[in-house]
Design a protein around this ligand. Sequence first.
Ligand code: FES
Length: 621
Amino acid sequence: MPALPAPERRIDMSAVVDLPEEQHPDRVRLRFLQSGEDRAVKEARVLAGTTIFDAASWNGVAIDSTCGGHGTCKKCKVKVVSGSAPISAVDPRAFSVEELKNGWRLACRANTQEDLTIEVPPLQTRPKAALAGVGRHIILRPAVQKRFVELDESTLEDQQSDLERLLAAMDDVELRVPLGIVRELGGTLRRANWKVTAVLADDLLIDVEPGDTSGHRHAIAFDLGTTTVVATLLDLETGLPKAVRSILNAQQPFGADVISRISAIMMDDDALERLQQHAHETLQQLTDEVCAEADVDRADVYEIVVAGNQTMIQIALGIDPEPLSMAPFTVATRRMPEAAATDFGVAVHRRAPAVTFPALGAYVGPDIVAGILATGITLDRRVRLFIDVGTNSEIVLGSSARTLATAAPAGPAFEAAQIRCGMRAADGAIEGVKIVDGEVELTVIGDVAPLGLCGSGLVDAVAELVGAGMLDQSGRFILDTSERFGTIGEENVFYLSDDVYLSQRDVRELQFAKASIATGWNLLCRDLDIEPGEIAQVLLGGSFGSYLSAASAVKIGLVPKLPLTRIVSAGNVAGEGAKIAALSVTERAAARAVLDEVEYVELSGRADFNDLFVDQLAFPE
Ligand code: FES
Protein backbone atom coordinates (compact mmCIF):
# COMPACT_ATOMS: atom_id res chain seq x y z
CA MET A 1 0.00 0.00 0.00
CA PRO A 2 1.56 3.33 -0.91
CA ALA A 3 2.21 5.68 1.98
CA LEU A 4 -0.36 8.30 1.21
CA PRO A 5 -0.70 11.51 3.16
CA ALA A 6 -3.15 11.39 6.02
CA PRO A 7 -6.69 12.45 5.32
CA GLU A 8 -7.27 15.79 6.91
CA ARG A 9 -9.11 15.49 10.18
CA ARG A 10 -10.05 17.97 12.79
CA ILE A 11 -9.12 16.97 16.28
CA ASP A 12 -9.81 19.30 19.14
CA MET A 13 -6.33 20.43 20.06
CA SER A 14 -6.06 22.61 23.06
CA ALA A 15 -2.65 24.06 22.45
CA VAL A 16 -2.46 26.31 25.46
CA VAL A 17 0.83 25.61 27.14
CA ASP A 18 0.51 25.18 30.87
CA LEU A 19 3.71 24.21 32.57
CA PRO A 20 4.87 23.97 36.12
CA GLU A 21 7.16 26.99 36.60
CA GLU A 22 10.12 25.10 38.00
CA GLN A 23 10.56 22.89 34.92
CA HIS A 24 11.11 25.77 32.53
CA PRO A 25 12.70 28.71 34.29
CA ASP A 26 13.55 30.27 30.92
CA ARG A 27 9.90 30.53 29.97
CA VAL A 28 7.69 33.54 30.25
CA ARG A 29 3.96 33.64 30.87
CA LEU A 30 1.83 35.54 28.38
CA ARG A 31 -1.80 36.55 28.87
CA PHE A 32 -3.64 37.43 25.70
CA LEU A 33 -6.74 39.58 26.07
CA GLN A 34 -8.65 39.21 22.86
CA SER A 35 -10.88 42.19 22.14
CA GLY A 36 -14.30 41.51 20.70
CA GLU A 37 -17.58 40.21 21.98
CA ASP A 38 -16.38 37.88 24.69
CA ARG A 39 -12.97 39.39 25.52
CA ALA A 40 -11.49 35.92 25.76
CA VAL A 41 -8.36 35.44 27.82
CA LYS A 42 -5.75 32.89 26.85
CA GLU A 43 -2.60 32.09 28.74
CA ALA A 44 0.55 30.56 27.39
CA ARG A 45 4.06 29.83 28.52
CA VAL A 46 6.75 30.11 25.89
CA LEU A 47 10.51 30.27 25.77
CA ALA A 48 11.81 33.76 26.51
CA GLY A 49 12.76 35.41 23.22
CA THR A 50 9.77 34.04 21.29
CA THR A 51 7.97 36.81 19.45
CA ILE A 52 4.46 37.72 20.58
CA PHE A 53 3.28 36.85 17.07
CA ASP A 54 4.74 33.33 17.22
CA ALA A 55 3.49 32.71 20.75
CA ALA A 56 0.03 33.80 19.67
CA SER A 57 -0.08 31.67 16.56
CA TRP A 58 1.20 28.57 18.41
CA ASN A 59 -1.57 29.05 20.92
CA GLY A 60 -4.44 29.74 18.57
CA VAL A 61 -4.68 33.49 19.20
CA ALA A 62 -5.35 35.18 15.86
CA ILE A 63 -3.41 38.36 15.17
CA ASP A 64 -3.83 40.40 11.99
CA SER A 65 -1.16 39.87 9.34
CA THR A 66 -0.83 39.83 5.61
CA CYS A 67 2.96 39.36 5.46
CA GLY A 68 2.97 36.27 7.68
CA GLY A 69 5.16 37.78 10.36
CA HIS A 70 7.88 39.18 8.14
CA GLY A 71 7.62 42.68 9.53
CA THR A 72 6.38 44.32 6.35
CA CYS A 73 2.60 44.62 6.52
CA LYS A 74 2.55 46.45 9.86
CA LYS A 75 -0.84 44.93 10.58
CA CYS A 76 0.10 42.83 13.61
CA LYS A 77 -0.51 45.67 16.09
CA VAL A 78 -0.93 44.65 19.72
CA LYS A 79 -0.85 46.59 22.96
CA VAL A 80 1.33 45.42 25.83
CA VAL A 81 -0.73 46.40 28.88
CA SER A 82 1.48 44.92 31.58
CA GLY A 83 5.16 44.11 31.51
CA SER A 84 7.37 45.62 28.87
CA ALA A 85 8.52 44.60 25.42
CA PRO A 86 11.46 46.36 23.74
CA ILE A 87 10.70 48.72 20.84
CA SER A 88 11.93 47.18 17.59
CA ALA A 89 13.52 49.01 14.67
CA VAL A 90 10.27 48.75 12.68
CA ASP A 91 7.92 49.93 15.45
CA PRO A 92 8.58 53.69 14.99
CA ARG A 93 7.41 53.34 11.38
CA ALA A 94 4.11 51.85 12.48
CA PHE A 95 3.29 53.90 15.60
CA SER A 96 3.41 57.45 16.92
CA VAL A 97 5.60 58.23 19.93
CA GLU A 98 2.44 58.38 22.03
CA GLU A 99 1.33 54.95 20.85
CA LEU A 100 4.76 53.48 21.58
CA LYS A 101 4.61 54.94 25.06
CA ASN A 102 1.22 53.33 25.55
CA GLY A 103 2.69 49.92 24.79
CA TRP A 104 1.73 49.44 21.13
CA ARG A 105 4.08 47.06 19.33
CA LEU A 106 4.23 45.03 16.14
CA ALA A 107 3.70 41.49 17.45
CA CYS A 108 6.04 39.87 14.94
CA ARG A 109 8.93 42.11 15.98
CA ALA A 110 8.27 42.03 19.73
CA ASN A 111 10.48 39.63 21.66
CA THR A 112 9.16 38.40 24.97
CA GLN A 113 11.67 38.83 27.79
CA GLU A 114 9.33 38.80 30.78
CA ASP A 115 5.74 37.98 31.72
CA LEU A 116 3.36 40.10 29.67
CA THR A 117 -0.32 40.87 29.30
CA ILE A 118 -1.16 41.69 25.71
CA GLU A 119 -4.30 43.18 24.27
CA VAL A 120 -5.07 41.83 20.80
CA PRO A 121 -7.39 43.97 18.64
CA PRO A 122 -10.13 42.24 16.62
CA LEU A 123 -9.12 40.90 13.22
CA GLN A 124 -9.44 43.21 10.23
CA THR A 125 -8.28 40.54 7.81
CA ARG A 126 -8.53 36.78 8.09
CA PRO A 127 -5.10 35.16 8.27
CA LYS A 128 -4.71 32.51 5.63
CA ALA A 129 -4.49 29.10 7.16
CA ALA A 130 -4.27 25.52 6.02
CA LEU A 131 -5.15 22.23 7.63
CA ALA A 132 -2.17 19.91 7.82
CA GLY A 133 -0.74 17.20 10.03
CA VAL A 134 -3.10 15.53 12.46
CA GLY A 135 -5.91 18.09 12.32
CA ARG A 136 -3.53 21.02 12.83
CA HIS A 137 -4.56 24.49 11.76
CA ILE A 138 -1.43 26.10 10.30
CA ILE A 139 -1.30 29.86 9.83
CA LEU A 140 0.38 30.41 6.47
CA ARG A 141 3.76 31.96 6.87
CA PRO A 142 6.08 30.42 4.27
CA ALA A 143 9.79 31.19 4.32
CA VAL A 144 9.48 31.94 0.61
CA GLN A 145 8.27 35.50 0.14
CA LYS A 146 7.94 37.62 -2.96
CA ARG A 147 8.22 41.41 -3.00
CA PHE A 148 7.29 43.40 -6.09
CA VAL A 149 9.24 46.69 -6.12
CA GLU A 150 9.30 49.62 -8.54
CA LEU A 151 12.69 51.33 -8.29
CA ASP A 152 13.85 54.74 -9.42
CA GLU A 153 16.18 54.55 -12.36
CA SER A 154 19.77 55.48 -11.46
CA THR A 155 20.86 58.92 -12.58
CA LEU A 156 23.97 61.04 -12.32
CA GLU A 157 22.36 62.74 -9.36
CA ASP A 158 21.42 59.48 -7.68
CA GLN A 159 24.32 57.09 -7.97
CA GLN A 160 23.24 54.40 -5.55
CA SER A 161 24.47 50.98 -6.60
CA ASP A 162 21.93 48.62 -8.12
CA LEU A 163 22.00 46.40 -5.05
CA GLU A 164 21.70 49.32 -2.62
CA ARG A 165 18.71 50.57 -4.58
CA LEU A 166 17.01 47.17 -4.40
CA LEU A 167 17.78 46.59 -0.73
CA ALA A 168 16.65 50.09 0.20
CA ALA A 169 13.20 49.19 -1.13
CA MET A 170 13.10 46.31 1.35
CA ASP A 171 14.81 47.95 4.30
CA ASP A 172 12.70 46.11 6.86
CA VAL A 173 14.63 42.90 6.24
CA GLU A 174 18.34 42.12 6.56
CA LEU A 175 19.06 40.04 3.50
CA ARG A 176 21.95 37.80 2.58
CA VAL A 177 22.82 38.22 -1.09
CA PRO A 178 24.63 35.52 -3.09
CA LEU A 179 27.19 36.61 -5.67
CA GLY A 180 25.10 35.20 -8.52
CA ILE A 181 22.33 37.72 -7.80
CA VAL A 182 24.75 40.64 -8.13
CA ARG A 183 26.07 39.16 -11.35
CA GLU A 184 22.62 39.29 -12.96
CA LEU A 185 21.05 42.25 -11.17
CA GLY A 186 22.11 45.11 -13.45
CA GLY A 187 20.79 43.42 -16.58
CA THR A 188 17.51 42.37 -14.97
CA LEU A 189 16.75 45.83 -13.55
CA ARG A 190 17.33 47.57 -16.84
CA ARG A 191 15.55 45.00 -18.98
CA ALA A 192 12.56 45.06 -16.63
CA ASN A 193 12.40 48.85 -16.59
CA TRP A 194 13.25 48.85 -12.85
CA LYS A 195 10.11 46.88 -11.97
CA VAL A 196 11.15 43.58 -10.41
CA THR A 197 10.09 40.95 -7.92
CA ALA A 198 12.57 39.92 -5.25
CA VAL A 199 12.29 36.30 -4.14
CA LEU A 200 13.28 35.66 -0.54
CA ALA A 201 13.74 32.39 1.26
CA ASP A 202 13.91 33.51 4.88
CA ASP A 203 16.76 36.03 4.89
CA LEU A 204 18.34 34.80 1.66
CA LEU A 205 17.70 36.67 -1.57
CA ILE A 206 17.40 33.85 -4.07
CA ASP A 207 16.30 35.69 -7.19
CA VAL A 208 15.28 38.98 -8.72
CA GLU A 209 12.67 38.36 -11.39
CA PRO A 210 11.61 40.86 -14.07
CA GLY A 211 8.11 42.31 -13.63
CA ASP A 212 5.54 41.35 -11.06
CA THR A 213 5.65 37.61 -10.42
CA SER A 214 4.15 37.74 -6.95
CA GLY A 215 1.33 35.27 -6.63
CA HIS A 216 3.42 32.39 -7.98
CA ARG A 217 5.42 30.54 -5.40
CA HIS A 218 5.67 26.87 -4.72
CA ALA A 219 7.56 24.40 -2.57
CA ILE A 220 7.82 20.62 -2.58
CA ALA A 221 7.57 18.62 0.64
CA PHE A 222 9.23 15.20 0.43
CA ASP A 223 8.94 12.20 2.70
CA LEU A 224 12.08 10.25 1.81
CA GLY A 225 11.07 6.87 3.22
CA THR A 226 13.19 3.74 3.10
CA THR A 227 10.50 2.01 1.07
CA THR A 228 8.27 4.72 -0.36
CA VAL A 229 9.04 8.31 -1.27
CA VAL A 230 6.21 10.84 -1.39
CA ALA A 231 6.26 14.34 -2.88
CA THR A 232 3.64 17.03 -2.34
CA LEU A 233 3.75 20.15 -4.49
CA LEU A 234 2.42 23.02 -2.40
CA ASP A 235 1.01 26.31 -3.58
CA LEU A 236 2.46 28.69 -1.00
CA GLU A 237 -0.15 31.34 -1.78
CA THR A 238 -3.04 29.16 -0.69
CA GLY A 239 -1.32 26.49 1.39
CA LEU A 240 -3.03 23.83 -0.71
CA PRO A 241 -1.37 20.82 -2.28
CA LYS A 242 -1.44 20.99 -6.07
CA ALA A 243 -0.17 17.48 -6.73
CA VAL A 244 0.88 14.45 -4.69
CA ARG A 245 2.85 11.48 -6.01
CA SER A 246 4.55 8.51 -4.41
CA ILE A 247 6.96 5.95 -5.84
CA LEU A 248 9.22 3.24 -4.47
CA ASN A 249 12.64 4.39 -3.35
CA ALA A 250 15.03 3.38 -6.17
CA GLN A 251 17.48 2.17 -3.49
CA GLN A 252 15.35 -1.00 -3.08
CA PRO A 253 17.83 -3.29 -4.92
CA PHE A 254 20.33 -2.59 -2.09
CA GLY A 255 17.96 -4.09 0.50
CA ALA A 256 14.59 -3.43 2.04
CA ASP A 257 15.70 -1.75 5.27
CA VAL A 258 18.28 0.76 6.46
CA ILE A 259 20.58 -1.88 7.91
CA SER A 260 20.96 -3.73 4.62
CA ARG A 261 21.66 -0.44 2.83
CA ILE A 262 24.31 0.51 5.37
CA SER A 263 25.80 -3.00 5.05
CA ALA A 264 26.00 -2.50 1.28
CA ILE A 265 27.94 0.72 1.88
CA MET A 266 30.28 -1.01 4.32
CA MET A 267 31.06 -3.76 1.82
CA ASP A 268 31.47 -1.72 -1.34
CA ASP A 269 33.38 1.54 -1.71
CA ASP A 270 31.14 2.77 -4.52
CA ALA A 271 27.84 1.92 -2.85
CA LEU A 272 27.36 5.23 -1.02
CA GLU A 273 27.66 7.16 -4.25
CA ARG A 274 25.32 4.78 -6.04
CA LEU A 275 22.74 4.84 -3.26
CA GLN A 276 22.94 8.63 -3.18
CA GLN A 277 22.42 8.67 -6.93
CA HIS A 278 19.33 6.44 -6.58
CA ALA A 279 17.87 8.73 -3.92
CA HIS A 280 18.44 11.74 -6.15
CA GLU A 281 16.84 10.03 -9.13
CA THR A 282 13.79 9.13 -7.04
CA LEU A 283 13.38 12.69 -5.77
CA GLN A 284 13.87 14.15 -9.24
CA GLN A 285 11.39 11.78 -10.84
CA LEU A 286 8.78 12.79 -8.28
CA THR A 287 9.60 16.46 -8.83
CA ASP A 288 9.04 16.08 -12.56
CA GLU A 289 5.80 14.21 -11.97
CA VAL A 290 4.22 16.65 -9.50
CA CYS A 291 5.25 19.68 -11.56
CA ALA A 292 3.87 18.11 -14.75
CA GLU A 293 0.62 17.14 -13.06
CA ALA A 294 0.05 20.63 -11.65
CA ASP A 295 1.44 22.38 -14.75
CA VAL A 296 3.94 24.30 -12.63
CA ASP A 297 7.32 25.34 -14.00
CA ARG A 298 10.09 23.71 -11.94
CA ALA A 299 11.78 27.11 -11.68
CA ASP A 300 8.73 28.35 -9.74
CA VAL A 301 9.52 25.89 -6.93
CA TYR A 302 11.66 27.98 -4.60
CA GLU A 303 12.21 25.61 -1.72
CA ILE A 304 12.15 21.92 -0.87
CA VAL A 305 11.62 20.35 2.55
CA VAL A 306 12.85 16.80 3.06
CA ALA A 307 11.77 14.56 5.94
CA GLY A 308 13.21 11.07 6.28
CA ASN A 309 15.02 8.87 8.73
CA GLN A 310 18.60 9.80 9.57
CA THR A 311 20.07 7.06 7.37
CA MET A 312 18.08 8.14 4.31
CA ILE A 313 18.97 11.81 4.83
CA GLN A 314 22.68 11.11 5.37
CA ILE A 315 22.86 8.89 2.28
CA ALA A 316 20.99 11.42 0.14
CA LEU A 317 23.49 14.07 1.19
CA GLY A 318 26.45 11.77 0.63
CA ILE A 319 27.32 11.38 4.32
CA ASP A 320 28.57 7.93 5.31
CA PRO A 321 25.83 6.35 7.48
CA GLU A 322 28.05 3.55 8.90
CA PRO A 323 28.34 5.05 12.44
CA LEU A 324 24.53 4.97 12.66
CA SER A 325 24.49 1.20 12.52
CA MET A 326 26.68 0.22 15.47
CA ALA A 327 27.04 1.22 19.10
CA PRO A 328 27.20 3.98 20.17
CA PHE A 329 25.00 4.83 17.13
CA THR A 330 26.39 8.27 16.31
CA VAL A 331 24.69 10.73 13.98
CA ALA A 332 26.92 12.86 11.74
CA THR A 333 25.14 15.97 13.01
CA ARG A 334 21.91 16.63 14.85
CA ARG A 335 21.23 19.76 12.83
CA MET A 336 22.19 19.59 9.17
CA PRO A 337 24.05 22.64 7.90
CA GLU A 338 22.26 24.72 5.27
CA ALA A 339 21.70 22.73 2.12
CA ALA A 340 20.36 23.43 -1.34
CA ALA A 341 17.83 21.49 -3.41
CA THR A 342 20.74 20.55 -5.67
CA ASP A 343 22.39 18.76 -2.73
CA PHE A 344 19.42 16.37 -2.89
CA GLY A 345 19.77 16.15 -6.67
CA VAL A 346 16.55 18.10 -7.16
CA ALA A 347 16.46 20.53 -10.08
CA VAL A 348 13.93 23.22 -9.25
CA HIS A 349 14.78 26.92 -8.89
CA ARG A 350 18.58 26.98 -9.15
CA ARG A 351 19.04 28.65 -5.77
CA ALA A 352 16.23 26.87 -3.92
CA PRO A 353 17.26 25.91 -0.39
CA ALA A 354 16.58 22.45 1.03
CA VAL A 355 15.18 22.34 4.54
CA THR A 356 15.72 19.31 6.77
CA PHE A 357 14.63 18.39 10.28
CA PRO A 358 16.95 17.86 13.23
CA ALA A 359 17.59 14.40 14.72
CA LEU A 360 17.24 13.50 18.39
CA GLY A 361 19.40 10.42 17.83
CA ALA A 362 20.35 7.80 15.24
CA TYR A 363 16.99 6.09 15.56
CA VAL A 364 14.76 8.94 16.62
CA GLY A 365 15.59 10.89 13.54
CA PRO A 366 14.32 13.75 11.40
CA ASP A 367 11.25 11.75 10.33
CA ILE A 368 10.13 11.50 13.95
CA VAL A 369 10.81 15.17 14.62
CA ALA A 370 8.63 15.89 11.57
CA GLY A 371 6.05 13.52 13.09
CA ILE A 372 6.17 15.35 16.41
CA LEU A 373 5.48 18.58 14.51
CA ALA A 374 2.60 17.03 12.57
CA THR A 375 0.97 15.55 15.65
CA GLY A 376 1.55 18.67 17.76
CA ILE A 377 2.37 16.52 20.80
CA THR A 378 4.65 19.14 22.36
CA LEU A 379 1.99 21.85 21.98
CA ASP A 380 -0.94 20.00 23.51
CA ARG A 381 -1.70 19.88 27.21
CA ARG A 382 -3.18 16.36 26.95
CA VAL A 383 -0.77 13.45 27.33
CA ARG A 384 -0.61 11.63 24.01
CA LEU A 385 1.34 8.67 22.70
CA PHE A 386 2.67 8.49 19.16
CA ILE A 387 4.06 5.23 17.80
CA ASP A 388 5.65 4.91 14.40
CA VAL A 389 5.43 1.16 13.98
CA GLY A 390 8.15 -0.49 11.94
CA THR A 391 11.36 -2.53 12.08
CA ASN A 392 12.65 0.17 14.36
CA SER A 393 9.65 1.64 16.13
CA GLU A 394 9.83 5.16 17.48
CA ILE A 395 7.73 6.07 20.48
CA VAL A 396 6.93 9.57 21.70
CA LEU A 397 4.92 10.21 24.86
CA GLY A 398 4.08 13.51 26.49
CA SER A 399 2.44 16.89 26.32
CA SER A 400 3.39 20.54 26.41
CA ALA A 401 4.65 19.99 29.95
CA ARG A 402 7.20 17.31 29.12
CA THR A 403 7.77 14.94 26.23
CA LEU A 404 9.94 11.83 26.02
CA ALA A 405 10.99 9.86 22.97
CA THR A 406 12.64 6.51 22.45
CA ALA A 407 13.27 3.87 19.82
CA ALA A 408 12.36 0.22 20.26
CA PRO A 409 13.91 -2.37 17.96
CA ALA A 410 10.85 -4.36 16.92
CA GLY A 411 12.50 -6.64 14.38
CA PRO A 412 11.13 -7.25 10.93
CA ALA A 413 7.78 -8.85 11.90
CA PHE A 414 5.79 -5.78 10.91
CA GLU A 415 7.47 -5.58 7.55
CA ALA A 416 6.50 -9.25 7.17
CA ALA A 417 10.09 -10.08 6.19
CA GLN A 418 10.54 -12.81 8.82
CA ILE A 419 7.01 -14.14 8.45
CA ARG A 420 6.70 -17.43 6.56
CA CYS A 421 3.99 -16.17 4.22
CA GLY A 422 4.90 -12.51 4.73
CA MET A 423 4.72 -10.04 1.86
CA ARG A 424 4.62 -6.31 1.33
CA ALA A 425 1.23 -4.61 1.45
CA ALA A 426 0.58 -5.07 -2.27
CA ASP A 427 -2.07 -6.84 -4.37
CA GLY A 428 -2.74 -10.29 -2.96
CA ALA A 429 -1.70 -9.44 0.60
CA ILE A 430 -4.15 -10.33 3.36
CA GLU A 431 -4.54 -7.04 5.22
CA GLY A 432 -7.49 -7.90 7.44
CA VAL A 433 -8.68 -11.06 9.20
CA LYS A 434 -11.89 -11.80 11.13
CA ILE A 435 -12.81 -15.04 12.83
CA VAL A 436 -16.56 -15.30 13.40
CA ASP A 437 -17.95 -18.55 14.87
CA GLY A 438 -14.79 -20.35 13.85
CA GLU A 439 -15.09 -19.15 10.24
CA VAL A 440 -12.23 -17.10 8.79
CA GLU A 441 -13.02 -13.98 6.76
CA LEU A 442 -10.18 -12.32 4.88
CA THR A 443 -9.70 -8.87 3.39
CA VAL A 444 -7.23 -9.04 0.54
CA ILE A 445 -5.63 -6.02 -1.15
CA GLY A 446 -6.74 -5.72 -4.77
CA ASP A 447 -9.62 -8.15 -4.27
CA VAL A 448 -7.60 -11.05 -5.70
CA ALA A 449 -6.76 -14.52 -4.37
CA PRO A 450 -4.60 -14.28 -1.24
CA LEU A 451 -0.88 -14.60 -1.89
CA GLY A 452 0.54 -13.75 1.53
CA LEU A 453 0.17 -11.83 4.73
CA CYS A 454 1.19 -8.20 5.27
CA GLY A 455 1.86 -6.58 8.64
CA SER A 456 -1.67 -5.43 9.42
CA GLY A 457 -3.03 -8.86 8.40
CA LEU A 458 -0.55 -10.52 10.73
CA VAL A 459 -1.63 -8.39 13.70
CA ASP A 460 -5.30 -9.03 12.87
CA ALA A 461 -4.78 -12.78 12.50
CA VAL A 462 -3.06 -13.12 15.85
CA ALA A 463 -5.59 -10.84 17.61
CA GLU A 464 -8.51 -12.81 16.17
CA LEU A 465 -6.97 -16.17 17.13
CA VAL A 466 -6.52 -14.92 20.70
CA GLY A 467 -10.09 -13.59 20.71
CA ALA A 468 -11.46 -16.87 19.37
CA GLY A 469 -9.64 -18.89 22.02
CA MET A 470 -7.39 -20.63 19.46
CA LEU A 471 -4.20 -19.05 20.78
CA ASP A 472 -3.43 -18.89 24.49
CA GLN A 473 -2.06 -15.90 26.40
CA SER A 474 1.47 -17.28 26.17
CA GLY A 475 1.22 -17.37 22.38
CA ARG A 476 0.77 -21.16 21.90
CA PHE A 477 -1.71 -22.53 19.36
CA ILE A 478 -4.56 -24.51 20.98
CA LEU A 479 -4.55 -27.18 18.32
CA ASP A 480 -7.85 -28.92 19.05
CA THR A 481 -9.94 -25.78 18.57
CA SER A 482 -9.98 -25.72 14.75
CA GLU A 483 -9.54 -27.96 11.74
CA ARG A 484 -7.48 -25.24 10.14
CA PHE A 485 -4.46 -26.21 12.21
CA GLY A 486 -1.91 -28.36 10.46
CA THR A 487 1.82 -28.94 10.36
CA ILE A 488 4.51 -28.01 7.90
CA GLY A 489 7.64 -29.98 8.65
CA GLU A 490 7.90 -29.92 12.43
CA GLU A 491 5.99 -26.70 12.84
CA ASN A 492 2.34 -26.12 13.73
CA VAL A 493 0.55 -23.72 11.43
CA PHE A 494 -2.91 -22.18 11.08
CA TYR A 495 -4.22 -22.05 7.52
CA LEU A 496 -5.82 -18.73 6.65
CA SER A 497 -6.43 -19.93 3.09
CA ASP A 498 -5.29 -22.93 1.04
CA ASP A 499 -1.82 -21.46 0.52
CA VAL A 500 -1.40 -18.81 3.17
CA TYR A 501 -0.77 -19.82 6.75
CA LEU A 502 0.44 -18.44 10.04
CA SER A 503 3.15 -20.46 11.76
CA GLN A 504 3.89 -20.82 15.45
CA ARG A 505 7.20 -19.06 14.79
CA ASP A 506 5.38 -16.16 13.12
CA VAL A 507 3.36 -15.68 16.29
CA ARG A 508 6.61 -15.61 18.29
CA GLU A 509 8.09 -12.97 15.97
CA LEU A 510 5.05 -10.79 16.48
CA GLN A 511 5.19 -11.32 20.24
CA PHE A 512 8.79 -10.08 20.34
CA ALA A 513 7.96 -7.07 18.22
CA LYS A 514 4.92 -6.00 20.20
CA ALA A 515 6.66 -6.68 23.52
CA SER A 516 9.52 -4.43 22.48
CA ILE A 517 7.13 -1.58 21.61
CA ALA A 518 4.96 -2.11 24.70
CA THR A 519 8.07 -2.13 26.90
CA GLY A 520 9.04 1.17 25.29
CA TRP A 521 5.79 2.98 26.09
CA ASN A 522 5.52 1.39 29.53
CA LEU A 523 8.97 2.68 30.44
CA LEU A 524 8.14 6.13 29.10
CA CYS A 525 4.95 6.09 31.23
CA ARG A 526 7.11 5.18 34.25
CA ASP A 527 9.54 8.01 33.53
CA LEU A 528 6.67 10.46 33.08
CA ASP A 529 5.05 9.10 36.24
CA ILE A 530 1.70 8.34 34.64
CA GLU A 531 -0.45 5.23 34.22
CA PRO A 532 -1.09 4.06 30.64
CA GLY A 533 -4.82 4.63 31.26
CA GLU A 534 -4.16 8.35 31.59
CA ILE A 535 -3.08 8.61 27.94
CA ALA A 536 -5.65 10.77 26.17
CA GLN A 537 -4.86 9.61 22.67
CA VAL A 538 -2.70 7.08 20.85
CA LEU A 539 -1.56 8.02 17.35
CA LEU A 540 -0.40 5.17 15.15
CA GLY A 541 1.78 6.51 12.38
CA GLY A 542 4.00 5.52 9.52
CA SER A 543 3.19 3.56 6.43
CA PHE A 544 2.52 0.48 8.53
CA GLY A 545 0.99 1.80 11.76
CA SER A 546 -1.57 3.82 9.86
CA TYR A 547 -3.20 0.69 8.51
CA LEU A 548 -3.37 -1.22 11.79
CA SER A 549 -6.76 -1.98 13.23
CA ALA A 550 -7.10 -0.23 16.59
CA ALA A 551 -9.04 -3.18 18.03
CA SER A 552 -6.33 -5.67 17.08
CA ALA A 553 -3.55 -3.41 18.34
CA VAL A 554 -5.27 -3.32 21.74
CA LYS A 555 -6.03 -7.06 21.72
CA ILE A 556 -2.40 -8.07 21.25
CA GLY A 557 -1.15 -5.43 23.72
CA LEU A 558 0.74 -3.36 21.16
CA VAL A 559 -0.94 -0.23 22.53
CA PRO A 560 -2.39 0.48 25.98
CA LYS A 561 -5.86 -0.86 26.78
CA LEU A 562 -7.91 2.26 26.04
CA PRO A 563 -11.31 2.94 24.46
CA LEU A 564 -10.91 2.44 20.72
CA THR A 565 -11.98 6.01 19.98
CA ARG A 566 -8.77 7.15 21.66
CA ILE A 567 -6.64 5.22 19.17
CA VAL A 568 -6.34 6.93 15.82
CA SER A 569 -4.42 6.45 12.64
CA ALA A 570 -2.12 9.41 12.13
CA GLY A 571 -1.19 8.67 8.51
CA ASN A 572 2.10 9.68 6.95
CA VAL A 573 3.14 12.07 9.70
CA ALA A 574 6.68 12.62 8.39
CA GLY A 575 5.28 13.87 5.08
CA GLU A 576 2.75 16.03 6.89
CA GLY A 577 5.53 17.50 9.02
CA ALA A 578 7.44 18.38 5.85
CA LYS A 579 4.35 20.15 4.48
CA ILE A 580 3.88 22.10 7.69
CA ALA A 581 7.52 23.24 7.66
CA ALA A 582 7.10 24.45 4.07
CA LEU A 583 3.96 26.40 4.97
CA SER A 584 5.19 28.12 8.11
CA VAL A 585 8.53 29.36 9.38
CA THR A 586 6.98 29.57 12.83
CA GLU A 587 6.25 25.86 12.76
CA ARG A 588 9.70 25.21 11.34
CA ALA A 589 11.14 26.95 14.39
CA ALA A 590 8.95 24.73 16.58
CA ALA A 591 10.48 21.66 14.88
CA ARG A 592 13.96 22.99 15.62
CA ALA A 593 12.94 23.52 19.24
CA VAL A 594 12.04 19.81 19.52
CA LEU A 595 15.73 19.16 20.00
CA ASP A 596 15.71 21.17 23.23
CA GLU A 597 12.21 20.27 24.38
CA VAL A 598 12.00 16.51 23.86
CA GLU A 599 14.11 14.21 26.02
CA TYR A 600 15.57 11.14 24.37
CA VAL A 601 15.39 8.00 26.53
CA GLU A 602 17.85 5.20 25.80
CA LEU A 603 16.25 1.81 26.46
CA SER A 604 19.23 -0.47 26.04
CA GLY A 605 21.10 -1.05 29.24
CA ARG A 606 18.16 -0.11 31.46
CA ALA A 607 17.85 -2.40 34.47
CA ASP A 608 14.04 -2.48 34.25
CA PHE A 609 13.92 -3.28 30.52
CA ASN A 610 14.27 -7.07 30.66
CA ASP A 611 11.67 -7.76 33.35
CA LEU A 612 9.15 -5.57 31.68
CA PHE A 613 9.90 -7.07 28.26
CA VAL A 614 9.24 -10.59 29.55
CA ASP A 615 5.93 -9.42 31.10
CA GLN A 616 4.89 -7.88 27.82
CA LEU A 617 5.44 -11.02 25.75
CA ALA A 618 2.09 -12.48 26.82
CA PHE A 619 -1.13 -11.39 25.16
CA PRO A 620 -3.41 -9.40 27.47
CA GLU A 621 -6.31 -11.20 29.17
S1 FES B 1 2.88 40.35 10.69
FE1 FES B 1 3.19 41.76 9.14
S2 FES B 1 4.33 43.24 10.15
FE2 FES B 1 4.04 41.82 11.69
